[in-house]
Design a protein around this ligand. Structure first.
Ligand SMILES: [Zn+2]
Length: 338
């Protein structure tokens, strides 16, 4: 898929074309923005365009040997670094140093794509920094990350930073209608929940979790007015009836993530229903608390997979919401990381 066919991101694509026209390519680019807005796709297409043997209108041709190898994932000058587990291993970054001692094999540029650079830990981040400080010629780094604040400032300062925007609902809607044969009204509903992320939209369709998500968030909203004497019986009923408690917790996690996004990225708003009743309350919660709650839900899901008691796990998450988010009870109800 050439650059021009990647959905959305008109500003980014204009900027990239300017780079290609000027032939003055910075040695490191940083693409930031929420998951599922096309950062990785643009990185690969840019790598293709700078190495294309027969570029057309500042874009790749898709037909020359270089483009074909890129499409097949067999081009020797594209290095794709991904997380293993929750982090990018330092050995992976160190091994790049060896590769970079040699010139690109056949391309004009060697392109090193570091996906989810927010998963660089201190050691791997510092190893990368050394490479960025003395970049060998004809090597181009493209880092993708959610937010620049999640990276070492010294890494960010060495990159040309490009911020990706959420995709327009209209584009997601038409994609869902074409790719999944959804009715326009259902596509519109899902696009509204996807908050500009194609990855999220696909997840919502594939898992058919829109209806369950609404039910779960309605239950979370109901906790706000609930007296403690009703709270525990309510959760006992929830745990008993739920067919998949881990998926319920996933819905809560996504809800918290949406709240975090809507606080950090000013250009998106969380979907308003069915939690409209508590929107005013959660809008005033400190973002650090939301991050803590997010981690807490993730931990609870992990415990559940390790056969923790279902009801106790649900109680722990809901107490954290009632205490930490609704301000009812003790803030310490979100346990700190051990
Ligand atoms: Zn080509």
């Amino acid at each position: 898929m050439p650059l021009k066919d990647i959905p959305g991101q008109p500003r980014t694509k204009r900027f990239i074309r300017r780079l290609l026209r000027s032939d003055h390519i910075p040695h490191a680019l940083l693409f930031t923005g929420m998951a599922g807005v096309g950062k990785k796709e643009v990185a690969f297409e840019f790598a293709k365009a700078v190495n294309c043997l027969d570029p057309r209108d500042l874009d790749s041709c898709g037909e020359c040997p270089s483009c074909r190898k890129m499409d097949a994932g067999s081009h020797p000058d594209i290095l794709h670094v991904q997380s293993e587990g929750a982090s990018i291993k330092v050995d992976r970054i160190r091994s790049l140093r060896e590769r970079l001692r040699f010139s690109p094999f056949e391309g004009k540029w060697r392109v090193i794509i570091i996906q989810d650079a927010q998963n660089l830990r201190a050691e791997s981040g510092n190893a990368l920094l050394k490479l960025l400080e003395e970049p060998p010629a004809r090597n181009l780094f493209i880092l993708t990350a959610i937010e620049p604040q999640m990276l070492l400032p010294t890494i960010v300062s060495r990159c040309c930073h490009i911020r990706f925007q959420p995709l327009e609902d209209g584009w997601i809607e038409s994609y869902l209608v074409d790719a999944f044969s959804l009715s326009p009204s259902r596509a519109k509903e899902i696009a509204g929940l996807a908050m500009g992320s194609m990855e999220r939209a696909k997840h919502l369709v594939e898992d058919d979790c829109v209806a369950r998500r609404d039910e779960v968030i309605r239950a979370v909203a109901a906790l706000y007015d609930m007296a403690m004497m009703d709270f525990f019986p309510f959760l006992a009923e929830w745990a008993k009836k739920s067919e998949d408690l881990e998926q319920d917790l996933e819905c809560i996690k996504l809800w918290v993530r949406d709240l975090i996004y809507s606080r950090l990225l000013t250009d998106i708003q969380p979907p308003s229903r069915p939690e409209a009743a508590i929107c005013g309350v959660v809008r005033n919660v400190a973002v650090e608390r939301l991050f803590q709650l997010y981690e807490h839900v993730e931990r609870a899901m992990r415990h559940l997979r390790q056969n923790a008691n279902k009801l106790l796990t649900l109680e722990s998450v809901c107490l954290a919401i009632k205490g930490g988010i609704y301000g009812q009870g003790c803030w310490n109800s979100i346990p700190q990381r051990r």
